[in-house]
Design a protein around this ligand. Sequence first.
Ligand code: 5AD
Ligand code: SF4
Length: 521
Amino acid sequence: MKMSKDYSQYFDFREAKIIREEDGKTTLRLNGRHIQIQSAPSYKDEKKRGKESVRIHYDNAIPDDMREFGRDKSYFIMTYGCQMNEHDTEVIRGLLEEMGYVQAEERRDADVILLNTCAIRENAEDKVFGELGHLKKLKLEKPGLILGVCGCMSQEAAVVNRLMTRNPHVDLVFGTHNIHRLPHLLREVSFSREMVIEVWSKEGDIIENLPKKREGMRAWVNIMYGCDKFCTYCIVPYTRGKERSRLPEDVLAEVRELARQGYKEITLLGQNVNAYGKDFKDRAYRFADLMDDIRKIDIPRVRFTTSHPRDFDDHLIEVLAKGGNLVEAIHLPFQSGSTEVLKRMSRKYTREQFLELVGKIRSAIPGAVLSSDIIVGFPGETEEQFLETLSLVREAEIAMAYTFIYSPREGTPAFEMEDNVPMAVKQDRLNRLNELIAEMSCESNRQFEGRTVEILVEGQSKSNPNVLSGRTTSNKLVHFEGPKEWIGHLMQVRITKPTTWYLNAEAAEPPRLATALSHGA
Ligand code: 5AD
Ligand code: SF4
């Protein structure tokens, strides 16, 4: 029998036997397992940037007949990767809890286990397949367990192929664009006991009003989805789709509600927050305008991540310079210090333009603390070009950085370039870069010695319950002694002894405890 939808362009299905085709779904048998494909990912479609306008859906209540579905059952989610994934996990938890599920303490107790995955580098993917290997045993012991894979890896055809052909113990695969479909998909898996695959390649829509189960006193707020930058090494534009911004009124309403609930800090999230609003056809409202409006909301701290130097405009610098709840920590990934490498990465700025931007930021925001993301060993990177990366860290006074060895990602333009820097050289460059970052961090931390600064107390130290940790507005980690009642509060501490990665401090003034969270988390 021939499949009405041609999945053969994505998967090698010579081993598979088609069982049925109905309502656009194809069910086949592979290695003794029935697999129901509702839709599968395609790089070809993920590359396309449709002209159709973004539709926003506000009506996403869980169907009434699904509200009891998870009663007496529990879930466990493992989250890999960036804050976007962490926040997606909060949405998934919100959906599951509205269905009656509760969070399990341990994975072996759970009825549903989900792996929210990251595709950015190969080692992130290896971790997930390793974990799936471990979970196979649990699945054998507990056949009723529903094991699901979601997040960025699910958007890759090669991954979905591998799950179908070599991981028949997986029950559910869904992608980053159809998280809201989870209740329906769980029902489908439970009733059919087939492996259900629903991954949408075409994004397009924004789903509002999804439940979110947040934790602690800090909240993430999505302001936009997707990325249109297509840096040549990066898989994100394929796994997260085209850039689309939430309407300002929806973002502002969410932030006001978080303020009302007593959250102390929000982080605005987007793969490239500086592109916020570029897709609006009916208004000229950009990231700087959004920040200016959020500045007026009574929430103590506002962060954002991640920004692209190319779109970081003067208006944004002007707004950030107004301070208030807009903090001075700015994460500004530059990736490489060599204009030549930046060109091959398709970053669309030069070393000089990056330095000019840093200069503008520093003159407008005197206390600015800059952090960055840096890649070493990009195809063709020479020793001289790597040395330019080191010198840019110094010239731009980067206080902290996430550093990575280049990892080829299938489907990206750089994958076609010759990966010609030997692994030993990449490792050596990473080590040298990390040594420099440690030196820069130490130097930046040293400047805090003796200063009294405001911190948000985040939690207790794992090794010593008398020690609390918190963060300054400049995003420095601070350790100091105090009772756990201070957790969740803003307070003043005096920095006694800076170290390379954190600051030791003592309480200067206890917090005003009346301002506790009212959202009950
Ligand atoms: N290899 C290594 N690092 C990568 N990043 C993105 N794609 C790759 C890749 N293929 C890094 C970039 C980005 C961060 C989130 O991950 O530095 O800013
Ligand atoms: Fe990836 Fe570049 Fe988009 Fe960042 S801006 S998500 S590095 S493509």
